[in-house]
Design a protein around this ligand. Sequence first.
Ligand SMILES: C[S@@+](CC[C@H](N)C(=O)[O-])C[C@H]1O[C@@H](n2cnc3c(N)ncnc32)[C@H](O)[C@@H]1O
Length: 239
Amino acid sequence: MKIKVLTIFPEMLKAALSESIVGRALEAGRFEVELIDIRAYSENKHKNTDDYPFGGGAGMVMLPQPIVDACEKNASGRERRIYLSPRGRTLTQRIVEELAREEELMLLCGRYEGVDERALELCFPEELSIGDYVLTGGELAALVVIDAVARLLPGVLGSNDSAEDESFTTGLLEYPQYTRPREFRGREVPEVLLNGNHALIARWRREQALKLTHRKRPDLLKGAPLDKKDRAFLDSLES
Ligand SMILES: C[S@@+](CC[C@H](N)C(=O)[O-])C[C@H]1O[C@@H](n2cnc3c(N)ncnc32)[C@H](O)[C@@H]1O
């Protein structure tokens, strides 16, 4: 997969993309990220990328010309183009899975009060939000999308870091995890995890996932694939 990011702050993304799992995956060529500096496409003599809003109001608006040129000059025609915006659909694990199946993505990071609407009409038909709050710019939102997508790409997570069992992937929140020591400040690791009985461990984890989801995110249970045993367990929690 190739991800192109249009931004006026490419350095902001560079630092975050050079570390840890994503940094290693990029270095190993598991996927590619190209940072495109919108400012380099400005035809304005001062290389401006923003101006005052028509109609008045606070703040500045990103000019359409540098964005549309940056998009068109870097487009392959195969990419799914997305403007990171609080107006967009809210990102979920389902959308992340959908994006991870794309061959190419082009992400636009806004700044100031946002982007001239015509740039969006011409180049970025889709908008995606990372939540119902407002950031100062789309760069952190783009990093969230890249990070979540990257970990689903083949070869990005090591064999020890499976993406299969995790919160939202199964439709439920993940069960509690424990590591050494077996006892910490008087708190013991649940006995079932120590006895090597894989069927019992799997059932315990499933029930813990159901219990946590029931307690913290009951809304998720409506869409989760549940079998008879799961339903009986949830009924026992209700009673
Ligand atoms: C200060 S915000 C602009 C907010 C805009 N005036 C509004 O009320 O919708 C600047 C930029 O940050 C990005 N941004 C802010 N909040 C976001 C969110 N929740 N999800 C994705 N991008 C966001 C967008 O790219 C946006 O153009």
